[in-house]
Design a protein around this ligand. Structure first.
Ligand SMILES: C[S@@+](CC[C@H](N)C(=O)[O-])C[C@H]1O[C@@H](n2cnc3c(N)ncnc32)[C@H](O)[C@@H]1O
Length: 215
């Protein structure tokens, strides 16, 4: 897995609008968050980078929002952009696979982070963190490159997923714990006009793990 220094260098080298994953308005994420989160419920955006999702969430009346990212520089870009409009926002520079959430969230959002976890132990720690961070009934929205998406991002290899692959991997790492609710496909257009295929999957955390062998 890449170091914070890799990501800090990426965010220092280019403006956020020039990054391949830049979205002026994160439409698919907002659509799903609107569907599954109620106002006043807390959410966490892991690998938030310098994403503009937070502004759109605050504008829509959501919050509190916790932003977690490996890159302190990316979080600083968002902090500066928000200016005084950040009462309902918290920040943590951390590796999500080692992060200890101090509270529980109603919703976990990840756009383009899980797919970088090409090592089994990193994925296992990520899912353990997500399980700890969500309360019973909590929602996880995980957006990754789709099975026909790019094979690398930011010079790093990624693992691509269909919704079925992702649901199987989450269930393998946390057996019976997450119920897949729905999935969307999305064609992201990069600032240079290239198409990147994403999938966004929604899971609900069960209060107790479901035993697949139970009658
Ligand atoms: C492709 S960018 C996506 C950023 C943001 N989610 C968006 O949609 O604009 C991936 C982000 O994940 C962060 N990242 C990568 N690995 C991470 C990890 N293990 N823990 C926390 N953040 C990570 C990077 O610093 C980067 O900001």
């Amino acid at each position: 897995m890449a170091e914070a220094s890799h990501w800090d260098a990426v965010y220092q080298a280019r403006d956020e609008e020039a990054l391949t994953w830049f979205e002026a308005s994160p439409g698919p994420s907002l659509e799903l968050i609107n569907e599954y989160l109620s106002q006043g419920q807390a959410l966490v955006d892991v690998g938030a980078g310098a994403s503009r999702l937070v502004e759109h969430l605050l504008e829509a009346g959501f919050g509190p929002v916790m932003l977690v990212d490996l890159s302190p520089h990316a979080l600083e870009v968002t902090r500066e952009r928000l200016g005084a409009n950040r009462q309902d926002v918290e920040w943590q520079a951390a590796d999500v696979t080692n992060w200890s959430p101090a509270r529980r969230y109603a919703l976990w959002h990840d756009r383009a982070v899980f797919h970088f976890l090409t090592g089994e132990s990193d994925r296992a720690r990520y899912v353990a963190t997500m399980t700890k961070a969500l309360g019973p009934g909590g929602i996880a929205i995980i957006a990754t490159f789709a099975e026909d998406g790019p094979m690398t991002c930011s010079g790093l290899p990624v693992r691509r997923y269909s919704p079925a692959d992702l649901a199987a991997e989450i269930d393998r790492l946390a057996p019976g714990r997450f119920e897949p609710l729905k999935a969307l496909r999305h064609e992201h257009i990069t600032p240079k006009g290239n198409v990147q295929n994403f999938q966004l999957s929604v899971f609900r955390k069960r209060a107790v793990a479901q035993d697949k062998n139970a009658p």
